[in-house]
Ligand binder design. Structure first.
Ligand SMILES: [Zn+2]
Length: 484
């Protein structure tokens, strides 16, 4: 069905129900909440009627159903969409659900084998899932023969620093194009982890993505304030997008540009004003996290990031590093938290209308960066409510409609997400705006957020009355060309 027909149908059904033509026409009604829908700018007390996993009506007059969620005093909004969720297992889904996430996508370090990635998750997730085809993974496979899903132990650090020869480059491009044909949501890059990526290679991949209408989500080349600095990385991507016509999405723009983030956002604004397809996102923390053995920590990192060993925190234990422990851990490899950003820069990025909110998170046996568990409720509780850096409806927009719109050009399934209108997927959060907040910190990164009273995925509860429904599996694939 064409999108227009489909939406028209849904609206007709919604109207019929509103007029009472079919009493109890809904499976579930979320009643009398403050409904905030960024797509219609609705911010009013209303009922949301759900049928067969979709929103069937949004009505200011009460609706009837067999089952009702009493949302008086609570906010009802579309479920949050995380465009940068490395955590793609049940442990991470549990933390994400308590944080209000209903769709968790891996758009940076995706796999090389898209069908296998999706097959491994089918029917087994709390939340909706999806992935990019990952340049890191494809490149590593082509250049060293080893499969990897990102910047983990399988990444060949020597091959990462080598540019491909002509045959290798052709194979990298061909495999990425195949990933897109297999339904990958976008092309994901982590150029900082594979600094051998040549300009020619990047441009060839942007051209392939542009041809498929696919977004290039990029963890850029370069970071920090020493030339070539974080802005040079932003400029490379804007130039590549302008010249090839590809849509470039600059990932965690704050992590790479840090003190230069305001200027980086001005570059994005200026390029957009001149017709370049560029979008970006940020997470709401002053610390980044990555693997210590990667090129990020090649000599000169102290100057680049304006930090020293004591600003590094070993994720597994929470200990701060010294010159000696840095050398030891860099030899063995593992995750490290990098305390490197100023709060004023993070606040400016979180509040900026162009950034989508993302987590960049991943928990492993309860360890990791607190952003894995707390990103979305942190923005609602600390940045919107406490500091009033942005309004509540604007915060919600940056977690729902905005990320959906970033992807929906090619990913049609996203046109039904991020909004509360008839026909939309019933991915919905019901939360207490007065108390919602993150609890995870660097010592307790898995501490769940509080304030989410109900979280629904396709109309099924994954959080009910503030408690996780751990055995629910309503998560569905978000994939191009299949049911979208
Ligand atoms: Zn990244």
């Amino acid at each position: 069905m064409k999108r227009r027909d489909f939406l028209a149908n849904a609206i007709v059904l919604g109207t019929g129900a509103r007029l009472g033509a079919q009493p109890a026409a809904f499976d579930l009604v979320i009643a009398r909440g403050r409904v905030i829908d960024p797509s219609t700018r609705l911010d009013a007390i209303a009922d949301v009627g759900i049928r067969a996993g979709r929103v069937a009506a949004v009505s200011r007059t009460p609706l009837r159903a067999a089952r009702t969620i009493d949302a008086r005093g609570l906010v009802v909004a579309p479920g949050f969409i995380d465009l940068h969720a490395h955590g793609q297992d049940l442990e991470n889904n549990r933390a994400q659900a308590m944080d209000g996430v209903t769709t968790a996508l891996e758009l940076e370090t995706g796999p090389a084998d898209i069908p296998a990635w999706y097959a491994a998750r089918e029917g087994q997730r709390l939340l909706n899932y999806g992935a990019c085809v990952g340049h890191i993974a494809v490149r590593n496979l082509v250049m060293s023969g080893r499969p990897t899903t990102g910047f983990n132990q399988q990444l060949d650090l020597e091959a990462a620093k080598r540019p491909p020869n002509e045959r290798q480059q052709q194979e990298i491009v061909a495999r990425v194009a195949q990933g897109l044909r297999d339904g990958a949501l976008s092309v994901g890059f982590g150029v900082q982890y594979v600094p051998g990526t040549s300009r020619l290679e990047l441009l060839a991949l942007f051209r392939a993505a542009a041809e498929a209408g696919a977004m290039c989500g990029v963890h850029q080349r370069y970071a920090g304030t020493v030339e070539p600095d974080g802005l040079a990385g932003v400029e490379e991507l804007i130039a590549a997008a302008a010249a090839t016509g590809a849509h470039v999405h600059i990932e965690h723009i704050t992590s790479n540009t840090a003190r230069l983030v305001r200027e980086a956002l001005r570059l994005v604004e200026g390029a957009r004003a001149r017709g370049v397809r560029v979008t970006c996102d940020t997470h709401p923390y002053t610390a980044a996290m990555t693997r210590i053995e990667t090129a990020v920590f090649d000599p000169g990192w102290q100057e680049r990031f304006e930090i020293s060993h004591g600003d590094l925190e070993w994720a597994e234990t929470g200990e701060r590093l010294t010159e000696a422990t840095f050398a030891r851990y860099r030899a063995t490899g593992g995750s490290v938290v990098i305390h490197m950003m100023r709060e004023e820069d993070v606040t400016a990025a979180v509040a900026h209308p162009l950034t989508a909110i993302i987590s960049d998170g991943e928990l492993t046996n309860g360890r990791g960066h607190p952003r894995s568990s707390g990103t979305f409720c942190r923005v609602l509780g600390r940045y919107a409510r406490e500091r009033q850096a942005l309004t509540l409806p604007e915060a919600i927009r940056k977690m729902t409609l905005h990320p959906a719109q970033i992807l929906e050009g090619r990913v049609r399934a996203m046109r039904r997400k991020g909004r509360l209108v008839p026909g939309a997927d019933a991915d919905i959060v019901v939360f207490d705006a007065a108390t919602v907040i993150d609890r995870a910190d660097y010592t307790h990164p898995a501490a769940p957020s509080v304030g989410m009273r109900h979280v629904l995925v396709h109309g099924t509860s994954v959080v009910r009355d503030g408690a996780l429904v751990a055995d629910a599996r309503p998560g569905r694939a978000v994939r191009v060309g299949l049911g979208a």
